[in-house]
Design a protein around this ligand. Structure first.
Ligand code: ZN
Length: 213
């Protein structure tokens, strides 16, 4: 069982990738005021995620502010800081969506759109060249629906509803979802893919918001 000191050495590359992601997302206004959380899967058997700890400034993350968690969402060792309250959403995505990395942002545009479209249950996006930045999409003549879940402090309940949605063969959910008045979750096979998906979504949210003004 790795303690914090051993984990910082073993996962130095993953940690520096997430620190760089936080600096970038904070600078762009997507992860302000200690909001957001980021993870990468470092082991599949048993499932282990390296995740940002709770309550840290994402623009100035340090190696000691990460935590290794298992499938139960609990820290693998007492030397780690407290895991994010939203840990079980990361675990659900790693387990059920096969995500290799999960990123969560709290942008202004995502927050505004998620509230406005909550009554519809999803945010439709169609016809933009930028959609081709999402894995598996090869033409701008594509229409996607980003599901919107109502916000809640009951994360285990939200994780259960998310898992159910991910398992629904009639409604594939390959890239991301919104939580109303809260923010965006996006993921990918690795950190680079997850970052690309966040960037694509945040770009499209800005386009849609400006268009509606
Ligand atoms: Zn959040």
């Amino acid at each position: 069982m790795l303690d914090q000191t051993a984990a910082i050495i073993a996962y130095a590359d993953e940690i520096s990738g997430l620190i760089e992601t936080g600096r970038d997302f904070h600078r762009r206004g997507w992860s302000l005021g200690t909001s957001s959380n980021y993870s990468v899967v470092v082991d599949r058997d048993p499932l282990t995620l390296l995740l940002t700890g709770s309550g840290f400034d994402k623009g100035r993350l340090q190696p000691k502010q990460f935590v290794l968690v298992g499938e139960d969402g609990r820290a693998r060792h007492a030397s780690f800081p407290k895991a994010s309250a939203e840990t079980m959403l990361h675990v659900a995505l790693a387990r059920t969506a096969g995500a290799g990395a999960v990123l969560h942002t709290h942008s202004v545009m995502g927050t505004v759109l998620s509230e406005r479209f909550l009554p519809n249950g999803s945010l439709p996006i169609a016809g933009y060249e930028m959609l081709k930045g999402l894995a598996g999409i090869t033409t701008h003549e594509t229409a996607i629906e980003i599901p919107i879940f109502p916000n809640t402090q009951d994360i285990p309940d939200l994780a259960a509803r998310l898992t159910e949605r991910l398992r629904d063969p009639a409604a594939p959910l390959p890239h991301g979802f919104l939580i109303a008045g809260h923010g965006l979750y996006a993921w990918g096979e690795n950190l680079a893919a997850a970052r690309r998906h966040i960037e694509v979504f945040e770009f499209l949210f800005e386009v849609l918001s400006k268009k509606r003004q």
